[in-house]
Design a binder for this molecule. Structure first.
Ligand SMILES: [Ca+2]
Ligand SMILES: [Ca+2]
Length: 418
């Protein structure tokens, strides 16, 4: 599947020349993040994230910042709102994620295998037949193994795209995007990077066909892949993946990655999605830091419709490596020794805020499927107000608690006057 968004740049360049007289005081320098306001990170010298005046984003290439400013930016200035150098992001390697050996699932007590959904009381909603129906959740991550027995039933199919014919049948800019997209142009093998499959299973593994209980076992996953086999990706590709998922109807997006320093265009892109009513769930990060004072992004953006999630243990304490913060982290969710789907129809345990975030995304999908007229903000507030706060276990997050989707259900019902 190829990304053909770059082709849009040609007509825009022509139009840009025509309109350049209307650009006012805008200059090529004024729309580009200056070197002095860049705040570290692994800048990609030849790639640029362009925010256009119409609210869209694209990733463009150039020989250098100066060359890009003098050619592309100058020529398209009237249509460009802001330009950032793209930056690399990197998932923790598999050891840092504390991947355990493939579990002998049969030997595990059920309470151990699916302790996360149990702790947040998801089963209380399942028993009411509330299971995430009709809610699309985007996994903005590495490749999702769409052949996995427990994931396959819950991958959202693009009905207007004919598979494997090399044609963009629905004319959405992406060839053969039947399941989702791969923004990263490399060879993407879900067996090399299991993170996306694990995240997807926590959200929506179909519990009728395997041992993993997804929190919302009938929600639909939109795989929007931008992280490669080695866990690397770029902020610009992440923005493309998010905006693609929005066009496919994602109500919720899970972002189990971070570490980016301040990139105005990442904030602008996510703020736009938040303002469109998309609920953005982010992992607080695994550095054990207070992100109110040591922010990394997108964790610490604190957007209107963002929930930033810390990781808790089976004993209901925050794990030592979870980032925290009274202002910019909102809730905790189970994120340690989380068993979920990986390629080969296997089940593995991973630990990290990467696992706590999809636990929360799944909870949001349950609530939204129960109350489809709720706004993203109402779902967020219900999740925040429904947390369990246990004496002696208070989390250093704004709500001091760990999510409880059953309590949040009652709160949301009341908020909606139902
Ligand atoms: Ca298409
Ligand atoms: Ca096609």
């Amino acid at each position: 599947m190829d990304v053909v968004k770059a082709a849009v740049a040609v007509p825009l360049m022509v139009l840009g020349l025509l309109l350049s007289g209307c650009s006012g005081t805008k200059t090529a320098d004024s729309v580009m993040t200056s070197a002095s306001s860049q705040c570290g990170g692994q800048t990609m010298e030849n790639r640029f994230i362009v925010q256009w005046e119409d609210g869209s984003f694209s990733v463009e290439s150039g020989k250098s910042k100066d060359e890009f400013r003098d050619s592309f930016v100058t020529q398209n200035l009237a249509l460009i709102k802001h330009v950032d150098a793209d930056q690399k992001i990197q998932l923790p390697n598999q050891n840092d994620l504390r991947v355990n050996a493939t579990a002998d699932v049969g030997a595990l007590a059920t309470g151990t295998l699916n302790w996360g959904p149990a702790m947040i009381q998801a089963s209380a909603l399942w028993s009411k037949n509330i299971k995430g129906d009709g809610i699309a959740v985007a996994v903005i991550d590495g490749m999702v193994d769409v052949t996995n027995t427990q994931l396959r039933p819950n991958i959202l199919i693009n009905p207007n795209e004919i598979p494997n014919n090399g044609i963009d049948d629905d004319n959405n800019g992406y060839i053969d995007d039947v399941y989702g997209i791969q923004v990263n142009a490399g060879t993407n093998d879900p067996t090399k990077n299991k993170h996306g499959s694990h995240v997807a299973g926590t959200i929506a593994a179909d519990s009728t066909v395997g041992p993993v209980q997804g929190v919302a076992p009938r929600a639909k996953i939109i795989p929007a892949q931008f992280i490669d086999n080695d866990g690397g990706g770029s902020v610009g590709d992440g923005i493309i993946a998010m905006n693609y998922a929005a066009t496919r109807g994602a109500k919720i997006m899970n972002m189990s990655w971070g570490g980016s320093p301040c990139i105005p265009n990442l904030q602008a892109a996510m703020n736009s999605l938040s303002n469109q009513g998309v609920l953005l769930i982010t992992a607080s990060g695994n550095e054990g830091e207070n992100v109110d004072y040591t922010p990394s992004y997108p964790s610490a953006f604190n957007l209107y419709n963002q929930i930033n999630v810390a990781a808790s243990t089976i004993d209901d304490f925050m794990i030592y490596f979870s980032n925290f913060g009274q202002k910019s982290v909102h809730v905790a969710a189970p994120g340690v020794d989380i068993y979920s789907t990986v390629p080969g129809n296997q089940v593995e345990s991973m630990s990290g805020t990467s696992m706590a975030s999809p636990m929360t995304a799944g909870a949001a999908a349950l609530l939204w499927s129960a109350f489809p007229t709720a706004t993203a903000q109402q779902v967020k507030q219900a999740l925040l107000k429904g947390v369990d706060v246990t004496a002696g276990h208070e989390f250093q997050v704004s709500t001091h608690g760990r999510i409880n989707v059953n309590k949040s259900y009652t709160i949301l019902k009341s908020m909606l006057g139902l």
